[in-house]
Unconditional design. Structure first.
Length: 267
């Protein structure tokens, strides 16, 4: 289960997240102080539950809820507020629930147990992507076995492109940047992609890649990635960035520059 919590008061947000972790210890919980950062995250990730404060300076929770539903129609929105006067307006949005501060554990548990859109609890493999420092992929905590270095680099580039669809020719030009991008190079790229897809299938995670006859892309909603979280406003991940990004690959320097600029701007 993936949960986001949005509140522009840091102390209130931290206390609520602690309670959430107590009630849903297995859930992935991402918190945001800025509604805009939550919106950015929702635009790239599937979320099961969104807990939203209502009175926020940048964007009130009612307006944020409308935008959340546009981005993720099946998200369960639960308002968390100190005021009851917004209740009728909230339920006109067909939200899942409404909690009054201070939130009690039993009330929180009741809302999660009675969601408007039930959340599937069928276990899925967790794919964690590490881009800060050396590039690595972990499946349920274990390193993904990729038999060829170029297959690993191909996956790294798909991650770097954040879900953009890439042609075989584009991938070939990156993997063999010092060679002519001719039919032989592109045939090699086809073989790399075949090897990558086989390795993903063997690991039971082939669905993290969207592949058609002509194009291939990463499904950003199927992976937990430090880079994605950082650029979406997760300050824990941004603070974990120490100036190194996919150090295995020279083509990653452009994104590295963007990350450094973003971190310096947010200091």
């Amino acid at each position: 289960m993936k949960i986001i919590a949005v509140d522009d008061e840091r102390l209130a947000l931290d206390n609520f997240v602690k309670l959430l972790k107590k009630v849903e210890s297995e859930a992935e919980i991402i918190s945001f102080i800025k509604p805009a950062d939550a919106m950015e995250y929702l635009s790239q990730n599937r979320v099961d539950i969104a807990f939203l404060d209502i009175e926020m300076g940048e964007l009130n929770g009612i307006a944020l809820a409308k935008k959340c539903k546009d981005l993720c129609p099946m998200v369960n929105i639960i308002f968390v507020t100190g005021y009851s006067r917004y209740m009728s307006e909230a339920f006109r949005l067909h939200v899942s629930g409404y909690l009054l501060k201070p939130v009690r554990e039993r009330d929180l548990r009741a809302e999660i147990d009675n969601l408007r859109f039930p959340v599937s609890h069928v276990p899925t493999k967790r794919v964690r992507v590490q881009t800060f420092g050396h590039f690595e992929v972990f499946v349920d905590g274990r390193p993904l076995n990729l038999p060829r270095a170029k297959s690993k680099e191909c996956l790294a580039y798909l991650i770097d492109r954040k879900g953009a669809r890439l042609t075989v020719a584009e991938i070939a030009s990156v993997l063999w940047e010092d060679k002519e991008n001719d039919i032989n190079t592109q045939n090699n790229a086809h073989q790399v992609i075949f090897t990558l897809m086989k390795a993903l299938k063997d690991a039971g995670i082939e669905d993290i890649v969207i592949k058609s006859r002509r194009e291939i892309a990463i499904d950003v909603s199927k992976v937990d990635c430090d880079y994605y979280a950082a650029i979406s406003g997760d300050m824990t991940q941004m603070n974990a960035f120490s100036g190194e990004y996919m150090t295995n690959y020279s083509w990653a320097e452009f994104t590295l520059g963007e990350l450094i600029s973003k971190k310096n701007y947010e200091k």
